[in-house]
Design a binder for this molecule. Structure first.
Ligand SMILES: [Zn+2]
Length: 429
């Protein structure tokens, strides 16, 4: 197939120019001006579109095994393709937690039969995510885990985390921290501040995150273990990451930010209640501004949606009772563009593809000839978020009804084309 006339944006090759791209046998075969069409070779008309290495969402909850009413690997990876993602890293806070080679194998095998986006499982860092004993890192890596995390909560004991880091320091597989001090957080439902006081809701101070971020960054630096902070949401966390990076080898320390933390403050909780409940919680406007600035200056390495689907019933009801988190895969591409409108397309692609591929040590992240043909085609086209069209089972998102300025048009995984929007067949010839 020839992808014709698109603006090819591949930061790994410092490429940003209108070219044709040929895909053959699941690989990137050729990039050039006006490639000649072989007989019956299919053409994808990519004029007015960007053609980028496939987007990778490095923080997704697929809910399988354990909660098929919220999401399955099948529906979650269909949502990924619809949103413009050719690969996702799935978090281990399933039931049971992904803490054995068998469970890692199982997730990969279900994902392979689903045949949608690629799935890279993140292994639990401790057995059962209970925070007491670390998993068998080498065995999980051999089974296909690409990183380790107790995401959903923080690993509570610094002792356990230190020992785990020393054990795993010479192995691949970044540690991914969910930074939150559970004692200080208590039973809070949002961030502590003017809004929580006004709502008379129980709020936890934002330093809940900063305390654990500081602890984990210090352990990472001392143990020289590759480490990633998930969903940073506070100005202090960003400052801590900036400090840690200034004292470490390149890529030892990394972090990601979600679309919702870049766009919404805790004011949204006053307006939407449980539908805006998420963890880490939406913060103060000054935190939001600090995150956007950190994307611009390059302290943030990756965009990651923290796609966390729940049933509609679970997201209804009071702020106290509502489930934590919401869907993100199908709004992310547009939401990041809205959040940081002045970001160059090249930096945008680096945050969604080049960097996540490098941090996780997985295939993709470039359109270099010979590489696997995982491609995201997207366009600066305004659209309105309609949750009725979601492939995800989770249809709660604070972006519902919003107009977003950028949209995924098509994805190719292993050279296999999927249109992101069933109505839009106009690019196919
Ligand atoms: Zn988390």
């Amino acid at each position: 197939m020839i992808i014709q006339g698109g603006r090819i944006v591949d930061p790994a090759q410092a490429l940003d120019e209108v070219f044709d791209l040929r895909v053959s046998g699941g690989r990137i075969a050729e990039i050039g001006k006006h490639l000649e069409r072989a007989q019956d070779e299919p053409i994808f008309d990519a004029r007015n579109c960007y053609v980028a290495p496939g987007f990778i969402d490095m923080h997704v909850h697929l809910r399988e095994p354990g909660a098929p009413e919220k999401e399955t690997i099948q529906t979650g990876t269909a949502a990924a393709l619809a949103g413009g993602f050719t690969a996702v890293a799935c978090m281990p806070n399933t039931v049971p937690a992904l803490d054995t080679p068998e469970l890692i194998h199982e997730v990969r095998s279900v994902a392979a039969s689903a045949g949608n986006a690629r799935v890279y499982p993140v292994g639990a860092l401790t057995i059962g995510r209970a925070g007491a004993r670390s998993v068998d890192f080498a065995a999980l890596l051999a089974a296909g885990a690409i990183a380790f995390s107790d995401d959903g909560s923080a690993t509570r004991s610094a002792r356990v985390l230190w020992d785990a880091a020393m054990k795993a320091r010479d192995l691949p597989g970044r540690f991914i921290s969910h930074c939150e001090d559970s004692d200080l957080k208590g039973d809070s439902v949002m961030t502590l501040g003017a809004v929580s006081r006004e709502l008379e809701a129980s709020g936890a101070p934002a330093v809940c995150e900063d305390l654990v971020a500081a602890r984990d960054l210090l352990i990472a630096m001392e143990c020289v273990k590759t480490w990633h902070l998930a969903h940073v949401s506070t100005a202090n966390s960003v400052d801590l990451v900036r400090w840690a990076k200034s004292r470490s080898a390149p890529r030892l320390i990394s972090c990601e930010v979600t679309p919702h933390h870049l766009l919404f403050s805790d004011e949204l909780v006053a307006a939407r209640g449980a539908r805006a409940k998420v963890n880490p919680p939406l913060r103060d406007q000054s935190d939001v501004s600090a995150l956007v600035a950190a994307v611009r200056e390059g302290t943030i390495d990756a965009f990651a949606s923290d796609h966390a689907p729940h049933t509609t019933a679970e997201k209804s009801g009071s702020l106290e009772e509502g489930a934590v988190g919401f869907s993100g895969l199908e709004i992310a591409v547009g939401a990041y563009a809205l959040a940081v409108p002045s970001l160059s397309v090249s930096r945008y692609v680096a945050l969604l593809s080049t960097n996540p591929a490098a941090l996780l040590g997985i295939a993709g992240g470039t359109l270099a000839t010979g590489n696997v043909a995982d491609i995201t085609i997207f366009a600066d086209r305004e659209w309105t978020v309609d949750v009725g069209r979601f492939r995800s089972k989770g249809t709660c998102t604070p972006f519902e009804g919003m107009k977003l300025p950028r949209k995924a048009v098509a994805t190719l995984v292993d050279g296999r084309l999927t249109l992101c929007d069933d109505d839009r067949a106009e690019n196919r010839r």
